[in-house]
Design a protein around this ligand. Sequence first.
Ligand code: MLT
Length: 404
Amino acid sequence: MVQLNENYLKLPGSYLFSTIGKKVAAYSAAHPDAKVIRLGIGDVTQPLVPAIISALHEAVEEMGHAETFHGYAPDLGYAFLRETIAEKDYQARGCEISADEIFISDGAKSDCGNIQEIFSADARIAVCDPVYPVYVDSNVMAGRTGEYDEKTQTWSNVIYMPCTAENGFVPQLPEKTPDLIYLCVPNNPTGTALTREQLAVWVDYANSVGAVILYDAAYEAYIAQEDVPHSIYEIPGARTCAIEFRSFSKNAGFTGVRLGFTVVPKDLKRGGAAAHSLWARRHGTKFNGAPYIVQKAAMVVYSEEGKAQLKEQVAYYMRNAKVIYDGLGEAGYEVYGGINAPYIWLRVPEGMTSWDFFDYLLQKAHVVGTPGSGFGPSGEGYFRLTAFGNYENTVEAIERIKNL
Ligand code: MLT
């Protein structure tokens, strides 16, 4: 009899945000009058901007006529979008990236989860701790685990690099040498970022030990400070050691539309093979291309009209971030992030765990956040609030927290 993949049995019972969703649903069912404000999952709340809506309408119209109808999209993405991304997101910033190094997909989460497939089964991974759960979970599914330590809730084959207030949320080079290094800048969940100089240390390190950096830049649109890089390819040497993931979810509100892309430079080779060829092979085999309609709508991100409208949307969320950051600060909390990212990371009150604080906020203020420990052991004692709510709810949530 066939057995199920036992690696899946090593995972926590459900994905972090599903667990939170279930808890909140149970609480709301038991307290139907509670007006619960959700600042947990980082999902956008503002409607698609008018320029995107009209691009979607136009593309839908095209699909209704035989002459302009589109069937399967090219599996690596339409040339119009790949060329625009290469030019506007990369070449305009001085990064040497060409259109055929860009792979369009249905979102950064899929790519971050799938990328491990092109690396060896025994690759040792290093992650920042706390970390977006997808990086570790997708490697656990692939069996890159070793032994589980109940006490620290870590895997022996995974190198956890603590990022806490004590080290300014900057990961230190690990003692054991990793093969794959996941970096998320600006960071989810801490909302902090690395400077160009700090990132250069990692690029040099990866090149010197032969490791590959898997660089998640999903929150790039929120960068406000000059010294924070928008792409890892701004750093010399990154073409030989880094793969970058980008998303349209947070810069264009596509969480429900779905689109992202991954950059795999042709210079990234290990053992004589090019990661670019392997990812192209994987993409071509397992993915049938992102919808034409959605790729057309994404072009708006690079138009003058679209840029102006989206800049306002990002500013809207960052105004929320400021409300949360300042309000919690006034209430006496130790607060981080929220400058280059739409996440605020706070230290929970003395004597409480992250989950205690989750229950406390839900019960006393009817506000939902995300417990830091859900992102890794070093997240214990911290808590994440997202700036993606609507403004009025965000203000109300912070008032409620202040009044506790
Ligand atoms: C989060 O809340 O961390 C985000 O929603 C994650 C994601 O973009 O998948």
